[in-house]
Design a protein around this ligand. Sequence first.
Ligand code: AMP
Ligand code: MG
Length: 421
Amino acid sequence: MTNKITPNPGCADPFDEESIGLAEALARIEARVRPVLACERLPIRDCLNRVNNEAVKSPHNVPPRANSAMDGYAIAIDSLVENDIAELEEIGAAYAGKPFTQTCNAGQCVRIMTGALIPEGTDAVIMQEQVEIGANGKIRVDADHRVGENIRQAGEDVSRGEVVIEAGARLNPADLGVLASLGIAKLQVKRKPVVAFFSTGDELMPLGKPLEPGMIYDSNRYSLHGMLSRLPVDIIDLGVVRDNPESMREVLTGAVSKADLIISTGGVSVGEADYIKPALAELGTTEFWKIAIKPGRPLTFGQIEASLFMGLPGNPVAVMVTFSQFVTPAIELLSGAPMRPPMLFRARSLERMRKMPGRTEFQRGVATLDKNNEWQVGKTGKQGSGILMSMSRANCFIVLPDDNAGVEPGDEVSIQFLDWS
Ligand code: AMP
Ligand code: MG
């Protein structure tokens, strides 16, 4: 007998042997998630942010034919006179959508507007600012010009047969424009993954009722709703589930037939009211349940029948951190897109940050540009995992890797901008 208690590993420890690292957790997620297979053919406007199913090849050249990049005069470079000024006869005009249909011969030129087809017999467009109009009405051009000047060549944007959008690419606004420029009105995209989510906790109260002693309002379901609503997924809000094994079993078995991914918050620690881990063990398989990050160490990932399951921690900041680091990539994979590494930027820390090596920390920060246009970052006040205002005020995470042993003012750190910053 000693007069000291040897503690078990807990949330306060910097290092815990049962935890896996951030990179390993992501690798296991990548290995486990299978993309949805079903597709739908939609008008291209509805394809924004959706995942393209099959590589799109261009059916023709863009632009389809050579046209003018400027307002000016279409000429043949052969009409110019070395070390002198050529005087060219203007024989007509070409407009966008209204081509000039005759041939332009030596000594002649055609007035041309931006976007008009290049007339037969011409091979350059001289900007109108670079010519003079003679008293005789002739167009005066010096010799300082070259073939192809101010001409957009056929196919210079996209050539026929070229792959313009890869399979698995998420469609951005420019992609919609590219598809439209090819005359493609509909596209086959993967269906949206369905994501169901619920909060757990006997202490949670719905909004609209006065708080009773010992109770708190359920905020996680609202931040989750906010984060999910920004993604191309269909969401099902399953409400609040009470802390007992029967309710957990009921909500999980009900959700599996409906959702590709089920997310819960709370109940993943090792307290007496934490029923997520045993429920997953009973109904499905567990891939991991602890990650060496802060906040957000208890995070259960597994599968129940065909549905993935992610049990996020209960603390409101930990919910948002684990969502950004693990749920977002899992949804990316489910959608049929590749997992993207986080976009990290370098910034100079304005503050001292205490940290022990052993896990990756996500402090909440505000990044601003300094007078040299370089990022500098400070923390958003108190950083406890229950302090949701630290998230609300932030525009970035300050990501301190597991080997980091603290930061001094002026040290370089990595920042990851929040999706909505
Ligand atoms: P748990 O892991 O369930 O013990 O939750 C950890 C902490 O997060 C507790 O203080 C909970 O009250 C809090 N919490 C859990 N769920 C929510 C929620 N939906 N909204 C706000 N706080 C929550
Ligand atoms: Mg709880």
